[in-house]
Design a binder for this molecule. Structure first.
Ligand SMILES: [Zn+2]
Length: 445
């Protein structure tokens, strides 16, 4: 069958699997991406963790990744080279963006400016923001250096992280770059209720409407999450031809809510399946996300005729991913398509006995029966071994770095614990607001 896609991923926190407790996104990010971080990224560690994610994907038969790579606290050319070199060396197909923000911390979240004590407020206001020419120079360099590398296996995308996190000027630059070179545009949109509330509080409208009014909403956009979208937002996304990246496990891990799968599909919106990062899914396995997508939409929707079917989920995990990466001849096996193909052994536990292939691919198979992964006509994984990567050495080198990783996580956790009471107050205030609908189930209002 065609290889699976991982439609949304952040390579830069792959060493953090299991290191952060389950928390709502805004609080989770405090423990994961410290706003007050000041150590420049280490290219070797970036290479190792990008490779770690790539190996996990190839072993499971994931042939393409859409990596919205952020670099904490800021990207450097060496750090970006490290990401791209790891993908080049691994054999995986990758479309990679530089996820960078240029708005002050306090503007990205509701109520915080009034909740914070003066000392922390001062520290937040003192965080350096990169000037526009630094941001644009880096993107021009990235495009020139890496777009189409490794015989076209590596491509670049643009990213603003999320519309509320960048200035209109930088947003416009990225939109021009995306349109000028037909590059996918990664954008997290309405992942959480707090973001829905921010849109109302700061802009007086939904963030989807904001992007539309700015003139930037188009078919190149990969809208990541789309959980707290309302009917009007979904109509706008459909009219513009956007693709949505669905990350059901991450949405559950962070308690974000449930994406309106059928409502998006009924409007003709293409959906791709992603794991999101290895800190908020904790594995990089599109099969697991696929199964979760096959289950979670059955709660809160009593009409079983509207539940996702195995055929449409498999389509989302293959062709849907190709659409989001804007590669037309990918995601299916056909004459003229790129040969990204996987072999699955039917003589394996998930398929014994073989009752219904599609249903068992979605509900029985966790990736363990993939015996061969081919990318661009080249076998890159066979019988559980990624060829050309010394996986044992990779794991050993990461183990050596463990004390350093532990120390960084501990420093971040100390900072986060100091900030958490204010973030919690913000989160609870947003959670209690009536936005006219809900994406939570059970007792969530
Ligand atoms: Zn993300």
């Amino acid at each position: 069958m065609p290889g699976l896609f991982n439609e949304h991923f952040h390579s830069q926190v792959s060493v953090m699997a299991g290191s952060v407790p389950s928390l709502p996104l805004e609080l989770f990010m405090l423990y994961e991406v410290p706003p007050l971080g000041d150590r420049p990224p280490d290219p070797r560690l970036i290479y190792l963790q990008t490779m770690l994610g790539a190996v996990e994907m190839l072993r499971h038969g994931v042939t393409s990744v859409h990596d919205d790579a952020f670099h904490n606290p800021w990207p450097t050319r060496k750090a970006i080279d490290a990401v791209m070199s790891a993908y080049r060396d691994s054999g995986l197909r990758a479309t990679v963006a530089i996820n960078r923000q240029n708005r002050p911390e306090l503007e990205k979240l509701p109520f915080l400016a009034e909740l914070l004590p003066p000392d922390i407020r001062g520290e937040m206001e003192a965080i350096r923001i990169a000037p526009l020419d630094e941001l644009t120079d880096l993107y021009h360099w990235f495009h020139k250096t890496w777009h189409g590398a490794a015989d076209g296996r590596l491509l670049i995308a643009v990213s603003n992280s999320a519309p509320q996190r960048v200035t209109e000027e930088y947003f416009g630059f990225l939109a021009d770059l995306s349109r000028g070179h037909d590059l996918p545009f990664n954008m997290h949109m309405l992942e959480t209720k707090t973001q829905r509330v921010l849109g109302i509080e700061r802009f007086g409208k939904s963030l989807v409407r904001l992007v539309k009014d700015l003139g930037f909403l188009d078919e190149r956009m990969l809208v990541i999450h789309a959980v707290w979208v309302d009917d009007a937002d979904m109509d706008l996304l459909a009219a513009a031809g956007c693709t949505v990246a669905h990350n059901p496990i991450c949405n559950l891990r962070l308690g974000s809510g449930i994406m309106p799968f059928r409502e998006l599909r009924e409007r003709g919106i293409t959906i791709g399946i992603g794991t999101d990062e290895r800190a908020a899914d904790d594995e990089v396995n599109s099969w697991a996300a696929l199964k979760q997508a096959g289950l979670v939409h059955q709660i809160g929707q009593p009409d079983y005729a509207l539940w996702p079917t195995p055929a449409e989920l498999l389509h989302a995990a293959t062709s849907g991913g190709a659409r989001g990466m804007r590669i037309g001849n990918l995601g299916r096996i056909a004459t003229g398509c790129l040969a990204d193909i996987i072999l699955i052994d039917p003589d394996s536990l998930p398929f014994t006995p073989l009752n219904d292939l599609r249903r068992q691919l979605v509900y029985s198979h966790n990736g363990s029966a993939v015996v061969m992964t081919m990318v661009a006509g080249k076998v890159v994984m066979r019988d559980g071994r990624v060829l050309g990567v010394d996986e044992r050495a990779l794991r050993a080198e990461l183990r050596v770095r463990q004390p350093e990783i532990d120390a960084a996580v501990a420093v971040t956790a100390r900072q986060a614990a100091r900030l958490e009471p204010y973030w919690r107050a913000m989160y609870l205030r947003a959670a209690a607001m009536d936005v006219g609908f809900t994406r939570w189930v059970g007792n969530g209002r």
